[in-house]
Design a protein around this ligand. Structure first.
Ligand SMILES: Nc1nc2c(ncn2[C@@H]2O[C@H](COP(=O)(O)OP(=O)(O)OP(=O)(O)O)[C@@H](O)[C@H]2O)c(=O)[nH]1
Length: 213
């Protein structure tokens, strides 16, 4: 069955090992918690079509390994990403402290206009929390990131995270701040948009006054 969608956005999921990146992606795509998740080796891939503000958007998501030894492989996937989930674990200050490094990588290796959402995962483990919501939201504000806390275990805010990021990209396309046709934008028009653009073009052609010269 062929899929029709208005846009395709390339997304990255980055952050330290064990933060829950693969579980977030699995929860988003399968609507369930991935039991016995192993460390990602290199990069894994998932995709899903979502509805954002009346537009259908295919999210093409690259889930990268957090372990340092895969860093050179994962870095090669950053190019041309329109959006990224920058994930840390609210019960691990170590994963939070590493955020600046991940952010530098994302901003230098992906598109300079990449839209990033900071994701504090494992929200269900409130009693083990090491990073407060306030502290992380300040970090997000200082670095111009959107921010949400999630639980890949319960599913809380998982879909909202992807939608929030997609919504922000769409708004920037509509305001002209992002140009899908720019090389490496991480955005493509889908069949539905192309058909609509084509129809508009045809209508413009039909409305053109006859040449009097
Ligand atoms: N309680 C709880 N545990 C979680 C949650 N998300 C992930 N985990 C657990 O955290 C561990 C790591 O999850 P992964 O999704 O494999 O982590 P990752 O960030 O993909 O790790 P790498 O692939 O090594 O980069 C696993 O044992 C998961 O079961 C969550 O929201 N709540």
């Amino acid at each position: 069955m062929s899929e029709t969608y208005d846009f395709l956005f390339k997304f990255l999921v980055i952050g330290s090992a064990g933060a829950g990146k693969s579980c977030i992606l699995h929860q988003f795509i399968e609507n369930k918690f991935k039991q016995d998740s192993n460390h990602t080796i290199g990069v894994e891939f998932g995709s899903k079509v979502v509805n954002v503000g009346g537009k259908s958007v295919k999210l093409q998501i690259w889930d990268t390994a957090g372990q340092e030894r895969f860093r050179s492989v994962t870095r090669s996937y950053y190019r041309g990403a329109a959006g990224a989930l920058l994930v840390y674990d609210i019960t691990s200050r170590e994963t939070y402290n590493a955020l600046t490094n991940w952010l530098t990588d994302a901003r230098t290796l992906a598109s300079p206009n990449i839209v990033i959402i900071l994701v504090g995962n494992k929200k269900d483990l409130e009693t083990e929390r090491e990073v407060t919501f306030l502290e992380a939201s300040r970090f997000a504000q200082e670095n111009e990131l959107m921010f949400l806390e999630t639980s890949a275990l319960t599913g809380e805010n998982v879909e909202e995270t992807f939608l929030k990021c997609a919504r922000s990209i769409l708004t920037k396309i509509e305001s002209g701040e992002l140009d899908p046709e720019r090389m490496g934008s991480g955005i493509q028009y889908g069949d539905a948009s192309l058909r609509r653009l084509d129809r508009h073009k045809q209508q413009r052609e039909l409305k053109k006054p006859d040449c009097t010269c």
